[in-house]
Design a protein around this ligand. Sequence first.
Ligand code: PMP
Length: 438
Amino acid sequence: MLDKAKMWTNQRNKELRDRAAKVIPGGMYGHQSTAILPDVYPQFFRRAEGTRLWDTDGNEYIDYMCAFGPNLLGYRHPSVEDAATTQQRLCDTATGPSEIMVELAERFVSMISHADWAMFCKNGTDATTMAMMCARAHTKKRKILAAKKAYHGAAPWCNPYVAGTVPEERAHMLYYEYNNPQSLEDAFRAAGDDVAGVFASAFRHDVFEDQELPTPEFAQSARDLCDRTGALLIVDDVRAGFRLARDCSWSTVGIQPDLSAWGKCIANGYPLSALLGSEKARAAAQKIFVTGSFWFQAIPMAAAIATLNQIQKTDYLERMEKTGAMLRSGLATQASSHGFSLRQTGPVQMPMILFDDDPDMRLGYGWVSEALTRGVYIHPWHNNFICAALTENDVKLTLEITDEAFAALKKKRATLGPVPQLAARFARLHDESLTAAR
Ligand code: PMP
């Protein structure tokens, strides 16, 4: 444990899970359900500050999930909190938006090279769905191309699980292989002259898979195919936005999309997402009817302006790259010294950490469980996130803990059996998964 005097316990979490099971379907839903994580993972938390999380039993964690992305600068970052508190005294949800909405749109347009306009909403799914509608309104065509296994949200057109949806909702979706120009070209051909838009994630960050940055050839081919056919190129920067660049993530490969979808960290945890677009798509954006009761909340917009200030004026990105690199090389050395082989892929500030020779994830689950009960929260099959509040000392402390976790795993290695219920948990997901059909 981070606090050596305290023993890790999960009694309170267990009680809350039992109560939740009665009043929340499945005890929890969507990506927040820890039912498919190792059993020791807490479901509920009480406090968050900087890089740290405290669960309901008072256990402290160095948090490498950052709320699945929204925590960019550190939980409760002082300048973001100040901006939110100041705005709270004025207005939040009101009959109309606050004047700061204009300032926020101006800030995005000045920072993001491809953007000439901005629209704000709440969740990443709102932004990607708006992008999809915008592409169809612009082209008057139907087909949307997306990479196999890529996640673009939980709306029926893009939900990776089929329960509660009908095939007709995905009738105009076609799938290509990320980073494979030929596969993208084939998808265009299969769609005939009917492609409205191409979705591409900032980089390949699919669950359970090694991550891949976009190759310049792939990004260029997506741009060329869209230009040739009139389709709109959409970069989904919901997860990776501002963790790779102070611009759209595809600026790193020199390609400007027509639309980019943002969310998660743009207000450092306050609920806000955005669709940014180029001049070409402005008329279409003006036509679609999109809205929501809480989309114009002023507090998240004030928090976003404060977040963008930090992004522009500080070395937040370079610090994340430095601590991320320290963590990656430390883990690689530790793993091999304990006789394990890790695959750490993707940008260091969004690391996917998988074990070689671990088809049923017993090593991965075993190792993250050992780390968790000692005070480090790492996800076994989703990319992790580094935030700018993480210090080199935090990484050193993390590595002390992960070293103990590798040692404990090594001791148990021979006796590790299949993770209880893991096959069933994943079978459930796979049965319902669209990926098999793609
Ligand atoms: N796109 C990507 C790449 C995402 O990672 C996510 C969320 N994980 C979404 C879209 C959907 O965002 P939200 O959950 O806020 O609707």
